[in-house]
Design a protein around this ligand. Structure first.
Ligand SMILES: C[S@@+](CC[C@H](N)C(=O)[O-])C[C@H]1O[C@@H](n2cnc3c(N)ncnc32)[C@H](O)[C@@H]1O
Ligand code: SF4
Length: 412
């Protein structure tokens, strides 16, 4: 999962992360414990920009990619940020993009060695990396595994050539299949990203995509409804996509067929064998902390008296220049106390198993009374069920997630 990237004051110079004392000063919260900490590293380049994509990704030829300079900038960024995570071990790392697999295995090795040298990693720390089948070469994935990547996520999207073309993808079905075969050889845990409700897609074609994907017995599948995002080429020239009812039929087919293969829908778009859930994304969804380094990366960090959100400069050249000068930030703000409950619930209600009330109180510093009215209303509408310890969305709540989330927006 990616946190959507907003355009964050990209004018000129960036800010430095504040010194630790500034983050530790008194404030409106009293957090009893700090949540687990993850690290997100954004690698912002792709061979070509896809027409539906609003991630912070920039087209760049493979040759001449400033890999070494970017890694130097990431290390400077991390070093400037260390005081704000002092003494905390990292429980997962995610190399996301963009297309991280544009980086050579040697560069990924250097990057991971640099992270390990600067951060204590928990034993068994999950290290995920995104890969695009268009950057695939034989032995490349094995080399990423050798460098320490434990979980590869492949952006397949579809196995149908006409749909891949309509999505402006740089790869075809044959390359997607070769990439997945190679990933299955090198990684015990790997994920395929698929999208559905594609321009011109029929239910039969969706079934064909599922046939192909499930034949690889992937331990994890992420399946996203294609959304038309503002400021993309698809927003300007909207393609003809399936009707809403047809998209619901597709979602039913996805949920049934994945369950039949032992992949449980543990989050709205994520299906996995129980032992292969993505720890990194689970930490986002449960309002854990994450330090995000790299162009446009987002962070959420807790301190005894505040929760802080940061955004790095978005444009890669400016980011590199400013990170190397110790000033990578475009934004650095406390989350208002009044927004914490909604922020927590926005993600936690995406999870099939919901959340514990203890995590809610520990991670927001608020009492359960802050969400009691919303919970009662959601329960009365059959959207959540709860006991003394946990809240979880019902089947209906899962199907009408935005209605459920809205209840807390108005009650927050
Ligand atoms: C940042 S991409 C990472 C993978 C890599 N960049 C690629 O595309 O192959 C993460 C995933 O988000 C999904 N995604 C991106 N834009 C989307 C959109 N507009 N609607 C639905 N899913 C989207 C795609 O499945 C994509 O693989
Ligand atoms: S390859 Fe992935 S990150 Fe890059 S433009 Fe396409 S969807 Fe976006």
């Amino acid at each position: 999962m990616h946190i959507p990237i907003v355009d964050a004051g990209q004018g000129g110079a960036g800010q430095s992360p504040q010194d630790a004392q500034h983050y530790m000063r008194s404030g409106s919260l009293q957090l009893q414990a700090l949540p687990p900490l993850s690290l997100y590293v954004h690698l912002p380049w792709c061979i070509k920009k896809c027409p539906y994509c609003d991630f912070n990704s920039h087209a760049h030829a493979r040759s001449g990619l400033p890999q070494a300079r970017y890694i130097d900038a990431l290390m400077a960024d991390l070093e400037a940020s260390l005081p704000s995570i002092w003494g905390r071990a990292v429980h997962s790392i995610f190399l996301g993009g963009g297309t991280p697999s544009l980086f050579d295995p040697d560069s990924i090795d250097t990057l991971l060695a640099g992270l390990r040298a600067r951060l204590p990693l928990e034993p068994g720390c999950e290290i995920s990396m995104e890969a695009n089948p268009g950057t695939f070469e034989r032995a490349r994935f094995a080399a990423y595994a050798q460098a320490g990547v434990t979980r590869l996520s492949i952006g397949v999207q579809s196995f149908h050539d006409a749909h891949l073309q309509a999505l402006g993808r740089v790869h075809d079905r044959a390359q997607a299949i070769a990439a997945v075969e190679e990933a299955a050889k090198s990684f015990k845990t790997f994920n395929l990203d698929l999208m559905y409700a594609l321009p011109g897609q029929t239910l039969d074609q969706l079934h064909n995509d599922l046939d192909t994907a499930l034949a690889f017995a992937p331990p994890h599948l992420s399946v996203y409804h294609l959304t038309i995002e503002p400021n993309t080429l698809f927003a300007k020239y909207p393609p003809q996509v399936p009707q809403e009812d047809d998209a619901y039929d597709m979602l039913d087919a996805i949920t049934e067929r994945t369950a039949a293969k032992g992949l449980h829908r543990y989050e709205v778009s994520a299906y996995a064998q129980d032992a292969h859930r993505c720890r990194h994304n689970l930490n986002y969804w449960l309002f854990g902390d994450y330090l995000g380094i790299g162009a446009g990366a987002h962070s959420k960090l807790s301190f005894a008296h505040r929760v802080v959100r940061q955004v790095r400069l978005r444009e890669p050249q400016l980011y590199m220049q400013q990170a190397l000068a110790g000033c990578p930030l475009a934004q650095d703000e406390d989350v208002a106390r009044s927004e914490l409950a909604f922020e927590f619930l926005l993600n936690a209600l995406r999870l099939r198993h919901g959340f514990s009330l203890r995590d809610f109180t520990e991670r927001t510093g608020l009492g359960v009374n802050a969400i009691e009215a919303g919970l009662r209303e959601a329960q009365a509408k059959g959207l959540v069920e709860r006991d003394l310890a946990r809240v979880r969305p019902t089947e209906r709540g899962f199907d009408f997630l935005s209605d459920l989330q809205q209840l807390f927006l108005s009650n927050a």
